[in-house]
Design a protein around this ligand. Structure first.
Ligand code: TXA
Ligand code: MG
Length: 322
């Protein structure tokens, strides 16, 4: 299936998985409510969780929102196409199923060349806007390769191929619908980059923020229990535990009894690129536990630390979010 064929399927009301620079998305035409409903059914996602609207270029911001805050325009001009989602007041044209009943909408213009081709084709023959969450079942690790999507949904979802996703973590989300900018989810565009364009630090998410799946503590979780720990504790655990799968900065000690060991890179972008594929590998190793050496707590590691903390929280025994 090429981009033109995928666009035709979208226009016909079908669901299609497609690559972006962050993760693979599970897409449907924003104007076809039945197709959007099928996304929710396939994912097992609650109806009140809004879905991001993907557009071909910056004009999509005005097209699918009722008014564009200046700060949203500035961020779009600086970082689109790219891994940044902007929350703005929604256009009345947009069916409320897309926004989970909320008055705002998340809009993003992806930079992956295959996604851009798909969006251009779909603008030619359809609405040009694709509603798409990450192409994984609710609560699972997001897919960063076409085969991950097939692992999640089998043959029931056609996949437009686009190789391994360059960023590897979901987009940064900034909410501009409430008067002051709020960072809802860290991602490929850093907090510092957002602050530089806005001229102020975005605020933290607070209790009034809408419930959002990517912002639940228990999310992005492998099925195997995952624990984040220091290098010292990891060394101590390795002395006593045998059935573990490990992601750490460095090679395994000679006497390690670990089942499976992935030596992680010290480069935060490369670490992010491989993180979800690595979590899937560790999960498949058949170990009782996954142990991850915690990365540094600096700004360049913020998005990685965010996802690792959610993976650890999400794999606790009494997880009610999956
Ligand atoms: O990188 C990405 O953003 C990927 C690719 C496919 O674009 N998409 C993605 O979608 O991660 P999803 O649905 O897995 O996560 C989107 C997040 C969710 O936490 C959702 O609740 C939030 O965006 N979101 C969407 N619209 C929103 C809105 N109007 N207000 C607040 N949060 C919103
Ligand atoms: Mg997701």
């Amino acid at each position: 299936m090429d981009a033109a064929a995928a666009a035709r399927r979208l226009a016909d009301g079908e669901v299609v998985a497609f690559p972006t620079e962050t993760v693979y998305g599970l897409g449907a035409d924003v104007l076809q409510e039945g197709a959007v409903a099928r996304i929710f059914a396939l994912k097992g996602r609650p109806a009140d969780h809004p879905v991001i609207v993907h557009v071909a270029d910056i004009r999509g911001l005005a097209e699918w929102s009722s008014s564009v805050p200046g700060a949203a325009m500035a961020l779009a001009e600086a970082f689109w196409p790219g891994p940044l989602t902007l929350i703005v007041p929604k256009s009345p044209r947009l069916p409320s199923i897309v926004t989970g009943g909320q008055a705002s909408v998340g809009i993003r213009c992806p930079s992956h060349p295959v996604a851009r081709e798909l969006l251009r084709e779909f603008a030619r023959i359809g609405s040009g806007a694709i509603a798409a969450p990450s192409a994984n079942r609710f609560g699972h690790v997001s897919p960063t390769r076409a085969e991950h999507v097939r692992d999640e949904f089998g043959a029931s979802v056609p996949v437009l191929e686009g190789g391994a996703c360059e960023v590897g973590l979901e987009s940064t989300i900034v909410d501009l619908s409430r008067g002051h900018p709020v960072l809802l989810r860290p991602g490929g565009i850093s907090r510092a980059q957002v602050a530089e364009v806005l001229g102020e630090d975005p605020r933290e998410r607070d209790a009034n923020a809408p419930r959002a799946s990517g912002t639940l503590a228990a999310h992005y979780a492998p099925a195997t229990a995952l624990t984040l720990m220091t290098a010292e504790r990891l060394a101590a655990e390795l002395d006593t535990l045998a059935s573990v799968a490990v992601l750490a900065f460095g090679e395994p000690p000679a006497n390690a009894k670990a089942f499976s060991w992935i030596a992680a890179t010290q480069d935060p972008a490369a670490y992010a690129h491989d993180l979800y594929a690595n979590l899937r590998k560790l999960d498949a190793a058949g170990a009782k536990r996954i142990l991850v050496e915690a990365p540094p707590r600096t700004g360049e590691w913020e998005a990685v630390n965010d996802r690792l903390q959610r993976a650890a929280a999400g794999s606790l025994a009494d997880d009610d979010e999956t």
